[in-house]
Design a protein around this ligand. Sequence first.
Ligand code: ADP
Ligand code: ASP
Ligand code: MG
Length: 403
Amino acid sequence: MLIVQKFGGTSVGDLERIQNVAHRVAAAKKAGNDVVIVVSAMSGETNKLVGFAEHFSKNPARAEMDMLLSSGERVTAALLSIALQEMGFDAEAMTGRKAGIVTDKHHTKARIEVINPKSMQNALKEGKIVVVAGFQGVNENGDVTTLGRGGSDLSAVAIAGALQADLCEIYTDVTGIFTTDPRIEPKAKKLQKISYDEMLELASLGAKVLQNRSVELAKKLNVNLVTRSSFCDEEGTLITKEENIMEKPLVSGIALDRNQARISLMGVKDRPGIASDIFNALADAEVNVDMIIQNKAVDDTTNIDFTVPVGDLHDAKVVVDTFVKSGEIKDDSYNEDICKVSVVGVGMKSHAGVAAKAFSTMAKENININMISTSEIKVSMVIDEKYAELAVRSLHNTYELDK
Ligand code: ADP
Ligand code: ASP
Ligand code: MG
């Protein structure tokens, strides 16, 4: 078999853990498999580097950030390769560039365009264990790029797709995908299987256990994806096609996203094309807009509220400022003390009342809902951040996910 194994930050958090990872990799190799390893930076390392940059600038150039942040993964790849060599294995550490990962030009959130797997394939042919630095690629100008936070998951899935691996294992610090973050609700239950679509919703809605783009790609390329713990041998969770899952619960999980901010635009000129102008300008600035609410116009002006990831807030403010200056928006305000809780499940497609139950749960806890959005398989609510954990636990209880 050809197996891609990805080890996240906690799993390579110190030298002893890297040694443990080396033992796990060695076992997979000794069992007769070809193995490609993708590693994250040691836990806390990426945040530390971000902090270093922020010491000098509130808004550092994205290209320099990529130079900086990509270094964390290179350290781990080199160390793991050295550890494996010391154990008598032939291993080769590769940067994203050497692994042939070509991305678009969007620094700090680049998309993978193509993978030229020749170097990896040649090394595998020579019997080597390939150890790739995750989270990074190179654009057509030869500049290093990174794939967004949590992007080593994407590196692993993309490499598994390019090499047509039989299996892609994501090793992390929990034993699989749970009905909600087990650190918030200890009663959360591990799922044996979950569909790509549900996992994609959970990941997009804040469950950082897998990066959302990695799930999207796994679905597209039909990669056999398993999430499991690097600290024990317990079986993990298989992320697979919906038709492979016999039992379809109404609700599969609750997600929490604390990284959202709400932007309120007051006194917005009510003319055809205004929403198009504002949101196109935000899209051009690569701001990821999520929920949008526009109120009924009074006296030719209206209010528009929307949410963005906290990391996009600075860029969003710059765009909004241009409309305030031109007089098309009278006033703007920003609130970072909010969060988004979401209920996800494919079973919702065919059942009414899931959303109503979520609203009743908030009512019972006396939590005010600021914004709501729904899709076929999810209900999301924006609430004050101070109620985040209470909301997650209450919803988990309402849908009896601990049963
Ligand atoms: P890694 O460093 O291995 O990439 P992450 O910290 O990115 O790991 O993701 C793992 C974390 O995701 C867990 O420690 C857990 O707190 C969190 N998490 C959030 N939602 C879930 C969920 N539904 N199931 C499992 N873990 C979850
Ligand atoms: N080190 C990067 C991050 O923290 C990428 C990853 O761990 O997947 O976002
Ligand atoms: Mg991660």
